[in-house]
Design a binder for this molecule. Structure first.
Ligand SMILES: *Cc1c(COP(=O)(O)O)cnc(C)c1O
Length: 400
């Protein structure tokens, strides 16, 4: 049987059984639902997209997969060329992997080894944010700050190798002053912290982080697994502030196949590039550079560029602001909107208990967590569908 994620299996309510999906809609036997979650924020073009389906089919006629150990292929090559062109600055070196968590692990390994290769063995520490989420593998849990994973803290005690700070410039400056000689990187979800509660913060914090990283020679890593491909209203936050390492996942393949990439700049790549075999990056996920994943990622990026997705995202933000204007309720602490992300934070989790079923009955799939009711819709959503998603949220609070 299936062991479901993030659930107490004993008390879990039965998941909705999906029998078909097309555009922004999920279909159960009896209901048609707008997916306001985009399958964990990844399905940006909607389901069963004819061109994405075709890209996979075309690749499948050749082969589904070959490993990148000792082999290479045109589709992975094309994707790395495209990313090199498309991403800002000298973020040119693409290390593929099969999931966001692994891609963050690779970034952390790169940052640590970058300094080990230079003989700076004391740089073992990672600076990260309070409420950070970077994945579910052990090192990503360690650099994360998600209450759901604090059992790990209880088991091992607080890590000596990670410092967490709030998104305040004061705290940032103090941390650099105190730890700079031991830090190898500052890892952040830029502008929007997703799983930690859809927390939004200002770009000035990132600009100051870039300055401090330059001043003290610390690598800046952006985990854009969630924020990448337009979610914040920027194509990438890396377009505003340039990191040394950029991590992409989720929407990379338009939500079709699990794949991710850790993109290093020239400086990081050079830190590994020499005659010493011990200075190589010792990592290699079995399915890295999977041909089906790369083919659909290429097509996804092409759609994003040629169909002017950035203006779709601007429109989603405008409609969201218009619809939520003046919305308030005694149970609601704050409404946050950034790009194609909206979060309604309530004071007590009880205030949104039962929302999922309510939304289901109103033709919307939603998955609130803790105090957060949110939507991250597919970018192809129509205005009236988006209004339905937002109206359902407002109706929930109006009903009592
Ligand atoms: C989802 C997520 C991850 C983990 O990605 P997986 O593909 O689930 O391993 C890492 N970082 C951020 C910011 C994410 O939102």
């Amino acid at each position: 049987m299936i062991w479901y994620p993030y659930q107490q299996m004993k008390t879990m309510k039965a998941p909705y059984h999906i029998i078909n999906a097309e555009g922004v809609y999920l279909y159960t036997q009896e209901q048609k639902l707008i997916d306001s979650v985009s399958s964990w924020w990844s399905v940006i073009h909607g389901y069963k997209h004819p061109e994405l389906n075709q890209a996979i089919q075309t690749q499948l006629e050749k082969f589904a997969h070959v490993m990148l150990g000792g082999l290479s292929h045109e589709t992975a090559q094309k994707l790395s060329d495209k990313l090199q062109d498309w991403l800002p600055g000298d973020l040119d070196y693409c290390f593929f992997s099969d999931s966001g968590s692994v891609a963050v692990e690779v970034a952390l390994k790169m940052a640590l080894q970058y300094y080990m290769n230079r003989g700076e063995n004391q740089r073992t520490m990672v600076l990260a944010l309070e409420h950070a989420y970077h994945g579910d593998t052990f090192k990503t849990m360690e650099v994360g700050d998600d209450e759901d994973y604090h059992f790990v803290l209880h088991a091992y005690g607080a890590s000596q190798n990670v410092v967490h700070i709030p998104t305040e410039i004061d705290a940032l400056e103090k941390a650099f002053e105190r730890y700079h000689s031991k830090l190898n990187c500052f890892l952040v979800e830029p502008l929007l912290q997703g799983a930690g509660g859809m927390r939004m913060y200002d770009v000035t914090f990132l600009k100051r982080a870039r300055e401090l990283c330059d001043q003290y020679g610390v690598l800046l890593i952006f985990d854009e697994v969630a924020t990448g491909f337009g979610r914040t209203g920027n194509r990438f936050v890396a377009d505003l502030v340039l990191p040394d390492i950029l991590v992409l996942g989720k929407a990379l393949t338009g939500g079709y196949i699990g794949h991710a990439v850790t993109v290093a700049n020239h400086r990081v790549y050079e830190g590994f590039y020499d005659d010493n075999p011990a200075h190589a990056l010792m990592h290699g996920p079995t399915f890295m550079g999977n041909a089906l994943a790369c083919s659909v990622a290429l097509k996804s990026i092409e759609l994003f560029e040629t169909r002017d997705y950035m203006s779709k995202i601007k429109k989603i933000e405008q409609i969201t602001r218009r619809e939520m204007q003046g919305f308030c309720h005694p149970e609601v602490k704050e409404v946050r909107i950034m790009g194609a992300c909206i979060c309604v934070e309530v004071y007590e989790p009880d205030a949104i208990r039962g929302y999922q079923q309510f939304a289901y009955e109103h033709g919307v799939f939603s998955r609130p967590f803790l105090n957060y009711l949110y939507a991250m819709v597919p970018y192809v959503i129509e205005e009236k569908e988006l209004v339905q998603v937002l109206q359902t949220m407002k109706d929930w609070f109006a009903r009592k």
